[in-house]
Design a binder for this molecule. Structure first.
Ligand code: T1G
Length: 700
């Protein structure tokens, strides 16, 4: 027997145990091991029940995704499952932690399933742009009905053991120790003389899986599935569940292969691995002994400070939220209560959980109260002098081994570090609004930041379940640099040339962005960008036009949603962006001042220019080593800036377009539009070498 799959006898119970760390992914070795174990058990007449369990934190995370681009070796998972289903004795799966994808499919091929109370079960394949391909679209409908199966696979979200039991997916939820509970369950099967119960022989309940039901299910996921196609493969597969099992499985297998070959799936798998790669930083390892982050002080109770406070309270940390103004602190507390109240309303947390978390957040007007924190995060206004003052004060009261971080979104972390006596312990922790929700955490490494401080910052990201991307210290780091110098800047130029804010936003939302640039500016506050540029212009210059519209709107007090007017106007208390003729007049005047001829502009041109501008600056960010990998940039944009995941991020998308074509189009716009379109030498180089960003990332 292989080490990965062990078989042992416990009286009449044959125990098959998977042990393929870290997530019991089902690769060829696991499949072969399972097949061998089933054969072994079949030749042991004294075995009356087979029990499948796993070592480690979870039952299985499914098929090994790293095997997808290689031909599948026998035995396939379907072959193993057929063996299990046709076993002469009942087969039981004991599920702990998570059973996902192929892991749940394996369990559904067993005749019975028991799960520990906290277990979660799901088929998340759609998040990888594929459909379940090991019988999941045929067995799940037979266990819980076609409609419930369609809903579950369409969302990709795991469900609790309790809900799984209510649906009929799990036979028993074990409150206490799972192995004991599973053995008891097996012994009861023997005592009650209960035999094998092949799922494939069950009939499919199709109630609610009609045209109206399917439309309703798709509507419920319309936002998550915007621009996606995987759902069409899935629908056909679930419909095939009406066929005899063997025919349905054949249809599923074909559709699964087709979904796997889509650019959408390649993009989503790229993002999956990119999100796991980005936390690995050359030369930075997690110290075995490192200080635990129990208590966090946050300076500044504004929108970001309050959101960061919630993120740490949600991670069961003690938080002290400090501000120098009573009114600001009260506003911060009010914002926190409002956010938890809406989380309760949406069923994300219970009143009890919200109360417990809010009780972890203490307010204070005294910076001195940060002295016993393990970590201090400064989140005051984006003003260099103010931030330096706060950091140097904190530095003077905080023991030197503790970490200090700034939530700055554009300012130099190196310079901020130098305003303290310990620049080695200063890093940037750049959260994205809403800080308690957005997955991305941009970690900025200042020139003085020590490897230990960086390792702790990465640990903080894990603690908050955030996706960390490390950026070198330069204006705007990775995300904001590309947004300001590339994407948003080009969007503004298109407005000066004749496109309307609505046209630009709708074109980019149709491309797949969650929200277009002007609506994002109005949401986050146009003055935030203006302040960042004021700081920038103290160190660098940018030729006109560079955000002339936004900076004029700020001057006019049109700061966005918070003032009811920005690029759009908003009804009192409303969030719907309404065109405002005053803005059109302002833009026309700014165009005239610059002798810019206004014209009709197509949506196609809008998208091409905004995306290529993003990619071009992305290549500069890579060339300047501000980002370590092109895939890091893709993570920043898909998890922090709403770039469509199913396109893989700007750099992966550039590869899909072909860098030769990308370079050619950038050169075209350089001739037409000048300075801001000077092609990034890095793109020219890779294009000349007929290479790609992905190849560059995987260079030796
Ligand atoms: N295959 C290969 N490697 C995997 C993997 C998988 N399915 N899941 C995780 N890993 C690696 C991951 O890359 C990382 O590697 C390490 O394990 C720890 O993961 C036939 C076709 C289970 C919730 O979509 O959601 O089954 O970086 O950092 O935060 O129908 O991993 O250390 O080298 O994410 O504790 C469907 C994917 C597959 C689940 C754990 N399954 N995994 O989260 O750890 S398709 C999924 C996850 C399928 C069948 C189809 C999460 C997790 P490294 P991690 P984590």
């Amino acid at each position: 027997m292989s080490k990965i799959v062990a078989f042992e006898e416990a009286g009449p119970i044959g125990v098959i145990r998977l042990d393929n760390p870290p997530v019991n992914a089902i690769n060829h070795a696991v499949r072969a091991g399972l097949a061998d174990a089933v054969t072994l058990a079949a030749n042991r007449p004294d075995i009356e029940v087979l029990l499948i369990t796993s070592a480690g934190n979870l039952f299985s995370a499914g098929a090994d995704v790293t095997e997808f681009d290689r031909p599948m070796q026998d035995p396939t998972q379907q072959m193993v499952e057929d063996r299990l289903e046709r076993a002469r004795v009942p087969v039981v799966a004991a599920i702990h932690g998570m059973a996902l994808g192929g892991g749940l499919e394996l369990a559904m091929a067993c005749h019975y399933r028991v799960a520990e109370r906290n277990a979660r079960l799901g088929l998340p394949e759609i998040t990888l742009g594929i459909i379940p391909g090991a019988g999941g679209t045929q067995r799940l409908p037979r266990l819980i009905g076609a409609r419930a199966a369609f809903d579950m696979i369409l969302s990709g979200a795991p469900i609790s053991a309790r809900d799984a039991q209510l649906l009929g997916l799990v036979d028993e939820v074990v409150e206490g120790n799972l192995p004991e509970g599973a053995f008891q369950f097996c012994r009861r099967l023997i005592e009650d003389g209960l035999g094998p119960r092949p799922t494939s022989e069950r009939t499919v309940q199709t109630h609610g899986f009609d045209e109206a039901g399917i439309a309703e299910a798709l509507r419920a996921q319309s936002r998550a599935l915007k621009g996606r196609t995987t759902q069409t493969f899935l629908l056909k597969a679930i419909e095939a569940a009406r066929l005899p099992f063997s025919e349905g499985v054949a249809v599923e297998s074909q559709l699964a292969q087709q979904s796997l070959a889509t650019p959408e799936s390649q993009a989503l798998r790229h993002v999956f691995f990119a999100e796991r790669e980005c936390g690995k930083v050359k030369g930075i390892t997690q110290p075995t002994e490192s200080r635990e982050i129990k208590r966090v002080a946050i300076i500044g109770a504004g929108t970001m400070g309050s959101g960061i406070a919630i993120a740490f309270a949600d991670a069961a940390r003690e938080v002290i939220l400090i501000d120098n103004a009573e009114a600001a602190l009260a506003r911060g507390r009010g914002a926190i209560q409002t956010i938890y109240a809406s989380a309760i309303k949406r069923g994300r947390v219970t009143q009890e959980m919200a109360d417990e978390r809010m009780s972890r957040i203490k307010g204070s007007l005294a910076l001195a109260d940060a002295a016993d924190a393990d970590l201090v995060i400064e989140a005051v206004f984006e003003d260099m002098d103010l931030k330096k003052q706060v950091l140097s004060t904190v530095d003077s009261i905080l023991p030197p081994e503790r970490l200090i971080a700034s939530n700055t979104s554009t300012l130099s972390v190196t310079e901020l570090g130098r305003s303290t006596a310990h620049p080695d312990r200063v890093s940037g922790l750049h959260f994205f609004a809403p800080a308690q929700v957005t997955k991305l955490l941009e970690i900025v490494r200042g020139a003085g930041t020590s490897p230990e401080a960086l390792a702790t910052a990465l640990k903080v990201a894990k603690l908050l379940k955030k996706i960390p991307v490390v950026a070198a210290d330069a204006f705007g780091f990775i995300g904001n640099r590309m947004m300001l110098d590339g994407y948003f800047r080009e969007a503004e130029l298109l407005l000066l040339e004749g496109a309307s804010p609505m046209q630009v936003d709708m074109a980019l939302e149709a491309f797949g962005f969650a929200m277009g640039p002007q609506r994002v500016s109005d949401l986050s506050g146009i003055d935030v960008g203006t302040k960042a540029r004021i700081q920038l212009f103290q160190r660098e210059s940018r030729p006109d036009p560079y955000f002339v519209i936004a900076d004029h709107l700020t001057e006019l007090g049109r700061l966005g949603q918070k003032t009811g007017r920005g690029f759009y106007r908003y009804e009192t208390g409303g969030r719907e962006a309404l065109p405002d003729p005053e803005v059109t007049k302002l833009i026309e005047a700014l165009s005239a001042e610059r002798a810019i001829r206004r014209r009709e502009i197509s949506d196609q041109e809008i998208v091409e220019r905004c995306i290529l501008a993003l990619i071009n600056v992305g290549a500069m960010v890579l060339d300047e080593a501000i980002a370590a990998r092109a895939s890091d940039i893709d993570v920043v944009w898909t998890s922090g800036y709403g770039f469509p995941r199913h396109l893989g991020g700007p750099m992966f998308y550039a590869d899909a377009l072909g860098l030769g074509r990308v370079a050619e189009r950038i050169r075209h716009y350089h001739e037409k539009l000048g300075y801001y379109w000077r092609p990034a030498p890095f793109i020219e180089r890779l294009a000349a070498e007929r290479s790609s960003f992905t190849q560059w990332d995987h260079r030796g």
